[in-house]
Each structure stands twice: as C-alpha cells, then as structure tokens.
Write a protein that binds this ligand. Structure first.
Ligand SMILES: [Zn+2]
Ligand SMILES: [Zn+2]
Length: 144
C-alpha cells in the first residue's frame, strides 16, 4: 500500500509504498521523553522505500537502555518525531505512526520495553509483550 505523512508544521513530508506490518509500540523512557507521550507506536519499512521532502534533523541518542545508538529523526521546526533508525537494523526506518495520514488499518504487533511502561497504561490487545528489547524482524530492503 502507499502511505503518506508529515510533521505538524508540514515542512517535512513523506510517502512510501510498502505492505505495512503491525505496529511496534515502544514504551522505553527515551521514546517517552522525546515524544512527551506515554508510548510511541512505530511501523517498520525499508529505508529505501521512504521518500522524504524537507530536511529532518537527526539526534543520535546514545544514552539508551539497550546501549545501542538510536538515530531519532525529527522536524527541526515543529519538533515532531518522524522516524528512528536503530543500530541493529540500519536499513529499516521505524516511522512514528502518529505522523501518518491514515492509520485506521494499523494494529499493534508487539510492545517493547514494557518494564518502563507508564503505570496507568493497560495493554488490552493480544500483541506480544517484551519487558525489555523486542526482537527485531529480519530487515526487508525491498519495497513491497
Ligand atoms: Zn515540522
Ligand atoms: Zn523507544
């Protein structure tokens, strides 16, 4: 399917064509801190499929629970988190789902870092839960 999204101010926009898998919902403290939200759902797509207009900034987040660097791409004008790239999967963009235009078909597939989940969040879906680092899917480098 083809999808599009943008940051809050619209200076960064993106499109991609890829079959979307389920959401990887991240409850880690760093995602909470960057987003200001309780958790951040991501959808994984091959980096090569992501067509960007505008120039997001990247913050290299080295102080992570996993010890691995997370490149956090965001709009330098309005601050919207757009996508992250993790060291273990350098060819995958994890797109922050709140920036997508259309999210109605998306459902969680996995919850990661639930050890740092905010207390009031009750996970009621049947997606797998990982107290710490979720298992990454094999990288797909080909747009589908
Ligand atoms: Zn923006
Ligand atoms: Zn996270």
């Amino acid at each position: 399917m083809s999808a599009k999204g943008k940051c809050l101010c619209g200076r960064v926009q993106y499109t991609f064509t890829h079959r979307l898998s389920g959401l990887d919902v991240c409850h880690c403290k760093n995602c909470q801190r960057q987003s200001g939200a309780a958790f951040v759902p991501f959808v994984a797509i091959p980096m090569v499929a992501l067509q960007l207009t505008g120039s997001p900034k990247a913050f290299m987040d080295n102080d992570t629970e996993s010890g691995k660097t997370v490149a956090r791409h965001f709009c330098g004008d309005c601050g919207s988190p757009l996508y992250v790239v993790v060291e273990a999967a350098p060819q995958t963009a994890y797109v922050a789902v709140g920036t997508l235009d259309d999210t109605h078909d998306l459902r969680p597939e996995c919850h990661g870092w639930t050890a740092s989940k905010q207390e009031w969040i009750q996970i009621l879906d049947s997606a797998t839960q990982h107290e710490f680092e979720p298992h990454l899917q094999p990288e797909s480098t080909v747009p589908e």
